[in-house]
Write a protein that binds this ligand. Structure first.
Ligand SMILES: O=C(O)c1ccc(O)c(O)c1
Ligand SMILES: [Mg+2]
Length: 621
């Protein structure tokens, strides 16, 4: 099975696109005509550039509005095709895609289309070329691969075959079982694309909003299974028309493409032969630890804040300036060591969360899966004396570390750390409920694919949250046990809290961590008593709560007194409080879940407005 991607999927000029495609490790490339026409090298030179990069041209496309034309337009279309055959010879490819006609001049009729394509296939064959016919979802007479296949079948020419495109089939909800009976020799190429479900006409949806398989909502894996049932072992080619990708990083999009295909093959491999021997999606048992990278001065303030939140220092590293603060199931590593990854990270980003330790069953298997899905290794090697915990690069160059209770990492604290307190603090906070990461809007799909391909995380419906300075898109991911919940936040506005975080933080990263508690009122009282600065919520909010929910007055008064945000749905209730931000970087949330599965999206605008007000206050000296 060969992999390929269409030049139309990436930003840049043709040579930049080819470089990104080759670096990502694709076998081939679909050359879009517009990319050649606008390029200042001849088609022959383009062909050479492709081969110099170690790639092959898998397809030249598209050739439009060919079949079903009345004379004299019909003759002209054949002449036009011959010119494109010349171009294909220069490029060095034998396959062209003809998409079903949208011409107002075209006449319908399966036999008429078959006759035209048969004649053209004869001409192509004389030059050693082949034609693949694709049904556009919005084609005038042919908009369904079953009709396109019937035309190809009736034309019955060895140089004519079918090109399938998952978008055209799945966007129209066409049964993929109709693919399985097509003889594999007649499938000349298979194009793959996903898309989010949108209420939009097919053409606009396809031209602007396609995504890599796994980033949208279409059942692309089912489509690939149906293709595989034919025995097809030709090229799988990504054809992603997406405005954001065209403007974004070609390197990132090309890598996401490789990851997307690898994950598709993993999902569709028969159980006996897992694709490329990839271990299954990583089941995360929970957050083993969060590591804070801080310098001396910040460390003292952070420790004060953590003590106020009910944490206490339990372990201290024997030789490095690293300690572990705990409370029930929560482990927070405070790393102020002057040497090592954390210091390098905080020098660049300021006080921040530099590593996320995830508890997994088998860290080595998790690493194999991560590598098989092209996860990047840490940007820096471990310093001498740093624990050799298996790690990959995560959002913003932070680390994701896998901790499995076996091997050296298993004895994580006991080997290198001295016990400072036999037992951890039994404060009001129980566990990490969720972790929220802010990132640039155009990174969101990339990290979504990263997380869902590696881990057994599934996505909840994305929501748009109103920040006083623009909308923030929020995508929650969670595993079946809810032991890992992640929220990806991205905004296009320049001045949203999320965007300002990116500017100040020099890149993407953890913006907040939510801890769970069984009794939020007790937690709030304790925090207040300990002097933790909390986020104040305006009285208007509580007037609205009273209007929306039938809440006893004393309960409402308690909420207002402690700045507790409240939500309720069919599943249950959700109560939240927020600390003020630490050094303008990150903040903590405390939540009490009562069978509630969401994240209080209705309250997010209230919280964002409160934080924005605070951020405008003159800073205390
Ligand atoms: O949007 C289009 O016109 C178009 C062109 C070629 C394709 O292969 C395709 O899937 C769509
Ligand atoms: Mg296509």
């Amino acid at each position: 099975m060969k992999t390929s991607i269409a030049t139309v999927s990436l930003s840049g000029d043709l040579s930049e696109k080819l470089t990104a495609i080759a670096r990502a490790g694709f076998d081939g490339v679909e050359i879009f005509e517009a990319d050649v026409l606008s390029f200042d090298h001849s088609p022959r030179e383009v062909g050479r550039m492709v081969r110099d990069q170690g790639l092959e041209v898998t397809l030249f496309q598209p050739f439009r509005d060919f079949e079903g034309l009345p004379e004299p337009a019909r003759r002209k279309a054949f002449d036009r095709a011959e010119r494109k055959f010349d171009l294909m010879e220069e490029l060095g490819t034998d396959l062209v895609l003809i998409c079903s006609s949208v011409s107002p001049q075209a006449l319908g009729g399966i036999d008429r289309a078959a006759a035209d394509l048969r004649e053209l296939a004869g001409r192509a064959a004389r030059r050693g070329l082949r034609i693949g016919y694709e049904a556009l979802a919005w084609g005038r007479f042919v908009s369904d691969h079953r009709d396109a296949w019937e035309i190809v079948r009736r034309a019955d020419h060895p140089a004519l075959g079918l090109i399938l495109d998952s978008f055209h089939t799945l966007s129209r909800g066409i049964e993929v079982t109709s693919i399985s009976s097509i003889p594999k020799e007649k499938l000349f190429l298979v194009q793959l694309a996903d898309a989010p479900r949108l209420q939009l006409d097919l053409l606009s949806w396809s031209r602007h909003f396609r995504t890599m398989p796994g980033q949208g909502d279409l059942p692309v894996a089912e489509f690939v299974r149906a293709v595989q049932a034919t025995g097809y072992d030709g090229v799988l080619s990504l054809e992603i028309f997406n405005d954001q990708f065209r403007a974004g990083s070609a390197r990132m999009v090309a890598l996401d493409g490789r990851r997307s295909i690898a994950w598709l093959l993993d999902q569709t491999a028969p159980a006996e032969v897992p694709a490329a021997g990839l271990p299954g999606r990583v089941a995360c048992r929970g957050v083993a630890f969060l590591e804070f990278a801080v310098d001396e001065a910040q460390a003292e303030k952070l420790e004060q804040m953590l003590a106020g939140l009910g944490f206490s220092r339990r372990w201290r590293h024997r030789s490095r300036d690293v300690s572990v603060w705990t409370q029930n199931a929560i482990n927070l590593v405070i790393n102020k060591d002057p040497d090592g990854f954390a210091r390098a990270f905080s020098t660049l980003h300021g006080p921040s969360i530099s590593s996320l330790g995830l508890a997994v069953d088998d860290a080595e298997a998790a690493m194999r899966r991560a590598r098989g899905l092209f996860a990047a290794p840490p940007h820096q090697a471990a310093w001498p004396g740093e624990p050799a915990i298996p790690a990959i690069a995560g959002v913003g160059g932070s680390l994701i570390r896998f901790v499995d209770g076996q091997g050296p990492a298993g004895a994580l604290w006991s080997a290198d750390f001295e016990v400072e307190a036999e037992t951890g603090a039994a404060g009001p906070l129980d566990a990490v409920d969720h972790i929220s990461q802010s990132m640039h809007y155009d990174e969101m799909l990339s990290w979504l694919l990263f997380y869902t391909a590696l881990f057994d995380l599934s996505k909840l419906p994305a929501v748009d949250v109103a920040d006083p300075a623009g909308l923030v898109r929020s995508q929650a991911l969670q595993n079946p046990q809810s032991s890992l919940r992640l929220i990806l936040n991205g905004s296009q506005g320049q001045r949203t809290l999320s965007s300002r975080f990116l500017d100040e933080f020099v890149g993407s990263g953890v913006q907040h961590v939510a801890f769970s508690t069984g009794d939020i009122v007790a937690a709030a009282e304790r925090l207040e008593a300990c002097g933790v600065a909390m986020l104040a919520i305006p009285a208007n909010y509580y007037d609205d709560l009273a209007a929306r929910f039938d809440l006893p007055e004393d309960r409402l008064a308690t909420f207002a007194r402690h700045g507790i945000l409240y939500d309720r749905d069919a599943d249950g209730e959700y109560l939240q409080i927020y600390t003020r931000a630490f050094a303008d970087r990150f903040f903590f949330e405390i939540v009490e879940r009562r069978s509630y599965r969401g994240f209080g999206a209705a309250n997010a605008p209230i919280r964002l407005a409160a934080q924005t007000r605070l951020s405008k206050e003159p800073r205390a000296a």
